[in-house]
Design a protein around this ligand. Structure first.
Ligand SMILES: NC(=O)c1ccc[n+]([C@@H]2O[C@H](COP(=O)([O-])OP(=O)(O)OC[C@H]3O[C@@H](n4cnc5c(N)ncnc54)[C@H](O)[C@@H]3O)[C@@H](O)[C@H]2O)c1
Length: 274
Protein backbone atom coordinates (compact mmCIF):
# COMPACT_ATOMS: atom_id res chain seq x y z
CA UNK A 1 0.00 0.00 0.00
CA UNK A 2 1.19 3.47 -0.89
CA UNK A 3 1.82 5.82 2.03
CA UNK A 4 3.82 8.56 0.34
CA UNK A 5 1.86 10.76 -2.04
CA UNK A 6 4.55 13.32 -2.72
CA UNK A 7 5.05 12.13 -6.32
CA UNK A 8 1.37 12.28 -7.28
CA UNK A 9 1.85 15.32 -9.53
CA UNK A 10 5.36 14.42 -10.69
CA UNK A 11 5.79 14.59 -14.47
CA UNK A 12 9.52 13.98 -14.70
CA UNK A 13 10.42 11.58 -17.49
CA UNK A 14 7.19 12.43 -19.34
CA UNK A 15 6.79 14.32 -22.60
CA UNK A 16 3.86 16.72 -22.97
CA UNK A 17 2.64 18.24 -26.25
CA UNK A 18 0.57 21.42 -25.98
CA UNK A 19 -1.25 22.82 -29.04
CA UNK A 20 -1.92 26.54 -28.97
CA UNK A 21 1.05 26.53 -26.62
CA UNK A 22 1.95 30.15 -27.35
CA UNK A 23 -1.49 31.49 -26.39
CA UNK A 24 -2.58 33.24 -23.19
CA UNK A 25 -3.21 29.96 -21.38
CA UNK A 26 -0.80 27.78 -23.38
CA UNK A 27 2.19 29.80 -22.22
CA UNK A 28 1.35 29.39 -18.53
CA UNK A 29 0.33 25.74 -18.94
CA UNK A 30 3.64 24.81 -20.62
CA UNK A 31 5.41 26.48 -17.68
CA UNK A 32 3.22 24.58 -15.22
CA UNK A 33 3.89 21.20 -16.84
CA UNK A 34 7.63 22.00 -17.02
CA UNK A 35 7.63 22.96 -13.32
CA UNK A 36 6.60 19.38 -12.53
CA UNK A 37 9.41 18.03 -14.73
CA UNK A 38 7.85 17.26 -18.12
CA UNK A 39 9.68 17.81 -21.39
CA UNK A 40 7.51 20.04 -23.56
CA UNK A 41 6.58 20.37 -27.23
CA UNK A 42 5.01 23.78 -27.87
CA UNK A 43 2.83 23.81 -30.97
CA UNK A 44 1.44 27.02 -32.47
CA UNK A 45 1.22 29.04 -35.68
CA UNK A 46 4.38 31.16 -35.49
CA UNK A 47 7.74 29.37 -35.68
CA UNK A 48 9.80 32.23 -34.25
CA UNK A 49 7.49 32.64 -31.23
CA UNK A 50 7.39 28.93 -30.30
CA UNK A 51 11.12 28.43 -30.84
CA UNK A 52 11.95 31.36 -28.54
CA UNK A 53 9.46 30.12 -25.96
CA UNK A 54 11.02 26.64 -26.03
CA UNK A 55 14.53 28.01 -25.45
CA UNK A 56 13.33 30.06 -22.50
CA UNK A 57 11.36 27.11 -21.04
CA UNK A 58 14.33 24.73 -21.29
CA UNK A 59 16.63 27.26 -19.65
CA UNK A 60 14.26 28.16 -16.81
CA UNK A 61 13.14 24.64 -15.88
CA UNK A 62 16.12 22.47 -16.97
CA UNK A 63 13.92 20.33 -19.22
CA UNK A 64 13.96 19.56 -22.96
CA UNK A 65 11.64 21.77 -24.96
CA UNK A 66 10.79 22.02 -28.60
CA UNK A 67 8.81 24.68 -30.47
CA UNK A 68 7.13 23.60 -33.70
CA UNK A 69 5.06 25.68 -36.10
CA UNK A 70 1.99 23.70 -37.10
CA UNK A 71 -1.54 24.50 -38.21
CA UNK A 72 -3.56 21.83 -36.40
CA UNK A 73 -6.25 21.92 -39.10
CA UNK A 74 -3.74 20.69 -41.70
CA UNK A 75 -3.65 16.87 -41.69
CA UNK A 76 -0.19 16.52 -43.25
CA UNK A 77 1.30 19.23 -41.04
CA UNK A 78 -0.08 17.48 -37.92
CA UNK A 79 1.37 14.17 -39.06
CA UNK A 80 4.84 15.65 -39.64
CA UNK A 81 4.67 17.64 -36.38
CA UNK A 82 3.89 14.57 -34.24
CA UNK A 83 6.63 12.55 -35.96
CA UNK A 84 9.12 15.36 -35.27
CA UNK A 85 8.15 15.49 -31.59
CA UNK A 86 8.67 11.73 -31.26
CA UNK A 87 11.95 11.88 -33.15
CA UNK A 88 13.32 14.76 -31.02
CA UNK A 89 11.79 14.07 -27.58
CA UNK A 90 11.44 10.27 -27.85
CA UNK A 91 7.71 9.80 -27.11
CA UNK A 92 4.47 11.54 -26.09
CA UNK A 93 2.82 10.82 -22.73
CA UNK A 94 0.56 13.84 -22.38
CA UNK A 95 -1.38 15.75 -25.02
CA UNK A 96 -3.12 19.01 -24.25
CA UNK A 97 -5.41 19.72 -27.21
CA UNK A 98 -5.74 23.42 -26.41
CA UNK A 99 -5.56 25.38 -29.71
CA UNK A 100 -8.65 27.29 -30.81
CA UNK A 101 -9.36 29.95 -33.39
CA UNK A 102 -11.29 33.21 -33.21
CA UNK A 103 -11.14 33.16 -37.04
CA UNK A 104 -8.39 34.68 -39.17
CA UNK A 105 -10.10 38.05 -38.84
CA UNK A 106 -11.77 38.73 -35.45
CA UNK A 107 -14.09 41.32 -37.06
CA UNK A 108 -15.77 38.34 -38.80
CA UNK A 109 -16.04 36.45 -35.52
CA UNK A 110 -17.86 38.82 -33.18
CA UNK A 111 -20.90 39.32 -35.40
CA UNK A 112 -24.60 38.47 -34.85
CA UNK A 113 -25.72 34.94 -35.70
CA UNK A 114 -27.82 36.17 -38.65
CA UNK A 115 -24.73 37.74 -40.27
CA UNK A 116 -22.24 34.99 -39.43
CA UNK A 117 -20.46 33.87 -42.57
CA UNK A 118 -20.49 30.16 -43.40
CA UNK A 119 -16.81 30.25 -44.39
CA UNK A 120 -15.94 31.66 -40.96
CA UNK A 121 -18.07 28.94 -39.33
CA UNK A 122 -16.11 26.31 -41.23
CA UNK A 123 -12.76 27.92 -40.45
CA UNK A 124 -13.53 27.96 -36.70
CA UNK A 125 -14.69 24.33 -36.83
CA UNK A 126 -11.59 23.35 -38.83
CA UNK A 127 -9.36 24.36 -35.92
CA UNK A 128 -11.54 23.90 -32.82
CA UNK A 129 -12.85 20.43 -33.58
CA UNK A 130 -11.27 19.09 -36.80
CA UNK A 131 -7.82 20.08 -35.50
CA UNK A 132 -8.55 18.40 -32.18
CA UNK A 133 -9.55 15.21 -34.02
CA UNK A 134 -6.40 15.24 -36.19
CA UNK A 135 -4.00 15.75 -33.26
CA UNK A 136 -5.80 13.26 -30.97
CA UNK A 137 -5.80 10.65 -33.75
CA UNK A 138 -2.10 10.96 -34.54
CA UNK A 139 -0.95 11.23 -30.90
CA UNK A 140 -3.33 8.45 -29.79
CA UNK A 141 -1.82 6.12 -32.42
CA UNK A 142 1.63 6.99 -31.08
CA UNK A 143 0.52 6.28 -27.49
CA UNK A 144 -0.80 2.87 -28.61
CA UNK A 145 2.58 2.05 -30.20
CA UNK A 146 4.35 3.07 -26.98
CA UNK A 147 2.04 0.73 -25.07
CA UNK A 148 1.98 2.44 -21.68
CA UNK A 149 -1.15 4.59 -21.88
CA UNK A 150 -1.18 8.35 -21.64
CA UNK A 151 -3.26 11.36 -20.74
CA UNK A 152 -5.12 13.52 -23.24
CA UNK A 153 -6.65 16.81 -22.09
CA UNK A 154 -8.97 18.72 -24.43
CA UNK A 155 -10.04 22.29 -23.79
CA UNK A 156 -13.71 23.16 -24.12
CA UNK A 157 -15.43 26.17 -22.52
CA UNK A 158 -18.44 26.90 -20.33
CA UNK A 159 -20.08 27.82 -23.65
CA UNK A 160 -19.69 24.20 -24.72
CA UNK A 161 -21.75 23.30 -21.67
CA UNK A 162 -24.44 25.97 -21.34
CA UNK A 163 -25.89 28.69 -23.56
CA UNK A 164 -24.38 32.18 -23.39
CA UNK A 165 -25.92 34.85 -21.18
CA UNK A 166 -26.06 37.58 -23.84
CA UNK A 167 -26.78 40.29 -21.24
CA UNK A 168 -23.08 40.39 -20.30
CA UNK A 169 -22.12 41.62 -23.77
CA UNK A 170 -24.03 44.92 -23.62
CA UNK A 171 -21.35 47.65 -23.89
CA UNK A 172 -18.53 45.09 -23.85
CA UNK A 173 -15.32 45.35 -25.85
CA UNK A 174 -12.17 43.30 -26.34
CA UNK A 175 -9.15 44.42 -28.38
CA UNK A 176 -11.12 47.42 -29.62
CA UNK A 177 -14.13 45.54 -30.94
CA UNK A 178 -17.57 44.61 -29.61
CA UNK A 179 -17.70 41.03 -28.41
CA UNK A 180 -20.16 38.20 -28.23
CA UNK A 181 -20.01 34.42 -28.25
CA UNK A 182 -20.62 33.09 -31.76
CA UNK A 183 -22.53 29.87 -32.31
CA UNK A 184 -19.51 28.39 -34.11
CA UNK A 185 -17.47 28.70 -30.93
CA UNK A 186 -20.22 27.23 -28.72
CA UNK A 187 -20.97 24.36 -31.12
CA UNK A 188 -17.28 23.49 -31.56
CA UNK A 189 -16.75 23.48 -27.78
CA UNK A 190 -19.82 21.28 -27.24
CA UNK A 191 -18.35 18.83 -29.74
CA UNK A 192 -15.11 18.72 -27.74
CA UNK A 193 -16.99 17.31 -24.72
CA UNK A 194 -18.41 14.46 -26.77
CA UNK A 195 -15.13 13.70 -28.57
CA UNK A 196 -13.59 13.36 -25.11
CA UNK A 197 -16.26 10.93 -23.88
CA UNK A 198 -15.99 8.90 -27.08
CA UNK A 199 -12.20 8.60 -26.92
CA UNK A 200 -12.25 7.85 -23.20
CA UNK A 201 -14.50 4.83 -23.89
CA UNK A 202 -12.58 3.86 -26.99
CA UNK A 203 -9.07 3.95 -25.50
CA UNK A 204 -9.91 3.16 -21.85
CA UNK A 205 -8.74 -0.46 -22.08
CA UNK A 206 -5.40 0.80 -23.44
CA UNK A 207 -4.82 3.03 -20.40
CA UNK A 208 -5.17 6.22 -22.40
CA UNK A 209 -7.20 8.65 -20.30
CA UNK A 210 -9.08 11.49 -22.02
CA UNK A 211 -10.62 14.38 -20.09
CA UNK A 212 -11.91 17.86 -20.82
CA UNK A 213 -10.81 21.11 -19.21
CA UNK A 214 -13.72 23.56 -19.11
CA UNK A 215 -12.42 27.06 -18.37
CA UNK A 216 -14.63 29.99 -17.52
CA UNK A 217 -13.86 33.51 -18.77
CA UNK A 218 -10.26 34.56 -18.26
CA UNK A 219 -9.38 38.17 -17.63
CA UNK A 220 -7.14 39.27 -20.53
CA UNK A 221 -7.81 42.89 -21.40
CA UNK A 222 -11.62 42.97 -21.75
CA UNK A 223 -13.08 46.42 -21.00
CA UNK A 224 -14.41 47.40 -17.55
CA UNK A 225 -18.06 47.03 -18.56
CA UNK A 226 -17.51 43.41 -19.59
CA UNK A 227 -15.43 42.53 -16.52
CA UNK A 228 -18.13 44.01 -14.24
CA UNK A 229 -21.04 42.28 -16.01
CA UNK A 230 -19.19 38.98 -16.15
CA UNK A 231 -18.07 39.14 -12.51
CA UNK A 232 -21.59 39.85 -11.26
CA UNK A 233 -22.73 36.63 -12.94
CA UNK A 234 -20.16 34.40 -11.17
CA UNK A 235 -20.47 33.03 -7.60
CA UNK A 236 -16.79 33.82 -6.93
CA UNK A 237 -17.47 37.37 -8.13
CA UNK A 238 -14.62 37.71 -10.64
CA UNK A 239 -13.14 36.47 -13.91
CA UNK A 240 -10.43 33.80 -13.80
CA UNK A 241 -6.77 34.67 -13.65
CA UNK A 242 -4.93 32.83 -16.46
CA UNK A 243 -2.77 30.96 -13.91
CA UNK A 244 -5.87 29.36 -12.42
CA UNK A 245 -6.07 26.78 -15.25
CA UNK A 246 -2.54 25.48 -14.64
CA UNK A 247 -3.32 23.36 -11.56
CA UNK A 248 -6.21 21.66 -13.33
CA UNK A 249 -4.03 20.72 -16.31
CA UNK A 250 -1.19 19.40 -14.12
CA UNK A 251 -3.77 17.35 -12.20
CA UNK A 252 -5.25 15.86 -15.39
CA UNK A 253 -1.79 15.22 -16.90
CA UNK A 254 -0.42 13.45 -13.83
CA UNK A 255 -1.11 10.29 -11.83
CA UNK A 256 -3.08 12.44 -9.39
CA UNK A 257 -6.04 11.85 -11.75
CA UNK A 258 -5.18 8.20 -12.58
CA UNK A 259 -8.77 6.93 -12.11
CA UNK A 260 -10.41 9.77 -14.03
CA UNK A 261 -11.39 9.52 -17.68
CA UNK A 262 -14.16 10.84 -19.95
CA UNK A 263 -14.91 13.66 -17.52
CA UNK A 264 -14.99 17.44 -17.42
CA UNK A 265 -13.00 19.50 -14.98
CA UNK A 266 -14.97 22.74 -14.81
CA UNK A 267 -12.88 25.72 -13.63
CA UNK A 268 -15.39 28.53 -13.95
CA UNK A 269 -15.70 30.26 -10.56
CA UNK A 270 -19.14 28.66 -10.29
CA UNK A 271 -20.62 30.13 -13.53
CA UNK A 272 -22.44 26.86 -14.29
CA UNK A 273 -23.34 26.10 -10.65
CA UNK A 274 -26.53 28.16 -10.59
N1 LIG B 1 -9.62 32.87 -22.73
C1 LIG B 1 -10.80 32.46 -22.26
O1 LIG B 1 -11.52 33.20 -21.59
C2 LIG B 1 -11.24 31.04 -22.52
C3 LIG B 1 -12.40 30.57 -21.86
C4 LIG B 1 -12.82 29.27 -22.11
C5 LIG B 1 -12.11 28.45 -22.97
N2 LIG B 1 -10.99 28.95 -23.59
C6 LIG B 1 -10.26 28.02 -24.46
O2 LIG B 1 -8.95 27.87 -23.93
C7 LIG B 1 -8.05 27.50 -24.98
C8 LIG B 1 -6.83 28.41 -24.98
O3 LIG B 1 -7.22 29.71 -25.34
P1 LIG B 1 -6.51 31.03 -24.82
O4 LIG B 1 -7.38 31.62 -23.78
O5 LIG B 1 -5.10 30.73 -24.42
O6 LIG B 1 -6.60 31.93 -26.12
P2 LIG B 1 -5.49 32.26 -27.20
O7 LIG B 1 -6.22 32.76 -28.38
O8 LIG B 1 -4.47 33.13 -26.57
O9 LIG B 1 -4.81 30.85 -27.52
C9 LIG B 1 -5.14 30.02 -28.60
C10 LIG B 1 -3.85 29.64 -29.30
O10 LIG B 1 -4.17 28.72 -30.36
C11 LIG B 1 -3.38 29.09 -31.48
N3 LIG B 1 -4.01 28.63 -32.72
C12 LIG B 1 -5.08 29.16 -33.37
N4 LIG B 1 -5.32 28.50 -34.51
C13 LIG B 1 -4.38 27.52 -34.59
C14 LIG B 1 -4.10 26.51 -35.54
N5 LIG B 1 -4.84 26.39 -36.66
N6 LIG B 1 -3.07 25.67 -35.31
C15 LIG B 1 -2.30 25.80 -34.19
N7 LIG B 1 -2.52 26.74 -33.26
C16 LIG B 1 -3.55 27.58 -33.46
C17 LIG B 1 -3.30 30.61 -31.44
O11 LIG B 1 -2.22 31.09 -32.21
C18 LIG B 1 -3.15 30.86 -29.95
O12 LIG B 1 -1.80 30.93 -29.55
C19 LIG B 1 -8.86 27.58 -26.26
O13 LIG B 1 -9.31 26.27 -26.60
C20 LIG B 1 -10.03 28.46 -25.89
O14 LIG B 1 -11.15 28.25 -26.70
C21 LIG B 1 -10.55 30.20 -23.38
Amino acid sequence: MQNDFSHLFDLSGKVALVTGGAGIQGKRITQGLATYGADIAIIDLNAEVVEKQAISLAKTFGINALGIECDVSDKDAVSTMVETVVEKLGKIDVLHNNAASKSENPSNFFVPFEEFDFDVWRQVMSVNIDGMFLVAQKVGKQMLVQGHGGSIIQTSSTYGLVGPDFRIYEGSEYMGSKITTPAAYAASKGAVLQLTRYLASYWGSEGIRVNTLVPGGISSGQNKVFVKSYSERVPLGRMANVDEMVGAVVFLASDASSYMTGQMLVVDGGWTAW
